[in-house]
Design a protein around this ligand. Structure first.
Ligand SMILES: [Ca+2]
Ligand SMILES: [Ca+2]
Ligand SMILES: [Ca+2]
Length: 477
C-alpha cells in the first residue's frame, strides 16, 4: 500500500551511471515562505540548521534507500541497477540490480566508497539496522536457480561487528522454493530478528528467524501464521526480551493479527485479531513499543476496498506486553501513508490527510498527533505542512524529547523534501525547512538520529539544478 503522492521511477533501468565529480550546485530561488503561509504549531525558538545537500552517489535508478546511525556512525544501504553478466544472460535475465552499502564514521561529514553487498541478482528491499558496533544488512534477491523462469526470491543477511568496516559472510535465511519477500528486522542487544512473508506454500506465510549472537548464526524457521490463511506485510518491534509481530491476513477475511514473545522469540503467544470489524478491507499495520506498551496502527475501510486511498487510520494500544489491547481509536478518516513511533509514555503518529480539491487535484497534508499517556488519548492533530500542494510520504524519527518529521511536498510544482523538528515532545515544531531545494524530483526521505544529530537521505532524480543520486544532509550547530 504505502502510496507515494509523487511520481516515482520504479523498476530496473539498465542504466548508464554517469560518473560526475561531486559538487553542490546553487539552489534555485525557492522561498520557504511559498511552501506554507501559515505555519501550524510553530515555535520560533526551535532552530534546526542542516548542511548543504551532499550527493553520495551520482547515479540514475537508485532506490530503496535506508539509513541508520549509532554514535558517530551513519550507515546507508540502497539498490541500483547493474549490468547483466554472462551467467545471468545465459539464465535468461535481461536486467539486474545489486544492493550497496556506505558508511560514515565521522557523523556524516564524509562517507566511505560504496561496496556491493552480494553477487546475487535482482536485488531488492535492502534494510539496515545498527546497535553498538554491530551493523546488520538484509535484502531480497534470487536464490538458487538455473533459469530465470525457475528463480525465487530469498532473504539474505550480512553482519558487521566493527561498525561496518568489514562485513561477515552472507547467510540465506529462507533458502526455499517460493518467493520470500518484504523482510523486516529488529534488534535488541545480542538478539537479531528477521521476519518476512513467504510463498513456499500457496498461501503467504509469516516466517521468523532469530539470532542470539549478533547475527553470526540463526535459529530455525518459525512460522508465525497458519498454513490455511494467507498472510502478508509483517512488521516487528522489540523491547528487551519482548518481541512483537503484527501482520495482515487477507484470507479468509481481512484481519490484523498480532503475536507476542516474552522469551527472545523462542515461543509466541496465540494470535490476536486486532480488527474488530468484519466488513470491508484493511491493510498494512505498523507497530511501535516502549517498555510494557505496544502500539499498532493500520488502515481500515469498513465500507469497501482501499483503492481510493480514503480510509480510517485505526490505533490500538496494549499496556501489558500484548496480552490485551484497548479499544480502537480512530485517528483519521482520510488518511494514508502513516507512521508510528514511541518514546517513554509518548506515542507519535504521522499520516497524510487527503483533501481532494477536485477529481484530478488533491491537496494532501502531513498531519501529526501525539499521545502523552501511552496511547489512551490522542491530542488534536497538527497540520505540519498546511500548504496548497500534495504533501505526503512522511517519515518520523524520535530521540528522547525530540521528534523529527520529513516528507515529500509538491507545493512548489516539483517534489521537495521538507522537514520540521520538535524539541518539546511534539508540543510544537520549528519552521518548515526545505532540505532539497531542487527543481528535480526529490523523493523517499529517510531519517536517522543518534547523539542529538539528525541525518536525512533521499533519492534525487536530477535536472539542471541537481544531479541524480542519493542526497544526504546532517544537522549542524
Ligand atoms: Ca524463497
Ligand atoms: Ca499540502
Ligand atoms: Ca526537488
Amino acid at each position: 500500500m504505502n502510496e507515494l503522492v509523487t511520481p516515482v521511477v520504479v523498476g530496473f533501468v539498465i542504466g548508464i551511471a554517469f560518473v560526475v565529480t561531486f559538487s553542490i550546485l546553487p539552489n534555485p530561488s525557492a522561498m520557504v515562505t511559498t511552501l506554507g503561509e501559515s505555519i501550524v504549531g510553530e515555535n520560533v525558538t526551535q532552530h534546526y540548521t542542516f548542511s548543504s545537500p551532499m550527493n553520495l552517489l551520482n547515479a540514475y535508478g537508485t532506490g530503496g534507500i535506508h539509513i541508520t546511525s549509532y554514535g558517530n556512525n551513519v550507515y546507508l544501504t540502497w539498490y541500483a541497477p547493474v549490468p547483466v553478466n554472462a551467467t545471468e544472460r545465459e539464465r535468461g535475465l535481461i536486467a539486474s540490480s545489486d544492493a550497496f552499502f556506505a558508511r560514515s564514521s565521522d557523523g556524516g561529514t564524509t562517507f566511505s566508497p560504496k561496496i556491493s553487498l552480494t553477487n546475487r541478482t535482482m536485488v531488492n528491499d535492502p534494510l539496515i539496522a545498527a546497535d553498538e558496533d554491530s551493523v546488520y544488512l538484509l535484502w531480497t534477491a534470487t536464490g538458487r536457480y538455473e533459469k530465470i523462469t525457475d528463480a525465487y526470491d530469498d532473504i539474505f543477511f550480512r553482519a558487521s561487528q566493527d561498525n561496518g568496516a568489514t562485513l561477515g559472510h552472507i547467510i540465506n535465511l529462507s533458502d526455499n522454493v517460493g518467493n520470500s519477500q518484504h523482510p523486516q528486522i529488529a534488534v535488541s542487544g545480542n538478539n537479531v530478528y528477521v521476519v518476512w512473508e513467504d510463498y513456499t506454500t500457496a498461501k503467504g506465510q509469516i516466517l521468523l528467524r532469530t539470532s542470539n549472537d549478533r547475527g553470526n548464526t540463526f535459529g530455525s524457521l518459525i512460522n508465525l501464521s497458519r498454513d490455511t490463511e494467507s498472510s502478508q506485510a509483517p512488521q516487528i518491534a522489540v523491547y528487551n526480551n519482548h518481541v512483537y509481530v503484527v501482520w495482515h491476513d487477507i484470507e479468509p477475511e481481512d484481519r490484523i493479527v498480532f503475536r507476542a514473545s516474552n522469551d527472545n522469540g523462542a515461543t509466541f503467544s496465540k494470535p490476536i485479531n486486532l480488527r474488530t470489524v468484519h466488513t470491508g478491507a484493511s491493510c498494512c499495520p505498523k507497530i511501535a513499543t516502549s517498555s510494557n506498551d505496544v502500539y499498532v496502527i493500520w488502515a481500515d475501510n469498513e465500507l469497501g476496498e482501499l483503492y481510493s486511498g480514503y480510509y480510517n487510520l485505526h490505533f490500538r494500544a496494549s499496556h501489558n506486553r500484548g496480552i490485551t489491547f484497548d479499544h480502537i481509536i480512530n485517528l483519521s478518516e482520510i488518511a494514508r501513508d502513516y507512521k508510528i513511533a514511541a518514546s517513554g509514555k509518548n506515542v507519535y503518529v504521522t499520516w497524510t490527510n487527503v483533501l481532494q480539491v477536485n477529481s484530478t487535484i488533491e491537496n494532501a497534508e502531513a498531519f501529526f498527533s501525539r499521545s502523552t499517556d501511552n496511547g489512551i488519548r490522542f491530542e488534536k492533530p497538527i497540520n505540519l505542512s498546511n500548504n496548497e500542494g500534495s504533501s505526503g510520504n512522511q517519515q518520523i524519527a524520535v530521540s528522547g524529547n525530540k521528534v523529527y518529521v520529513a516528507w515529500v511536498d509538491h507545493t512548489l510544482g516539483y517534489d521537495e523534501i521538507l522537514f520540521r523538528g520538535s524539541d518539546d515532545n511534539g508540543v510544537s515544531f520549528g519552521r518548515l525547512i526545505n532540505l532539497s531545494n531542487s527543481t528535480g524530483i526529490s523523493v523517499d526521505p529517510r531519517i536517522a538520529v543518534a547523539d542529538e544529530k539528525v541525518y536525512i537521505a533521499w533519492v534525487e532524480f536530477g535536472d539542471e539544478s541537481h544531479n541524480n543520486g542519493i542526497f544526504f544532509v546532517r544537522t549542524i550547530n
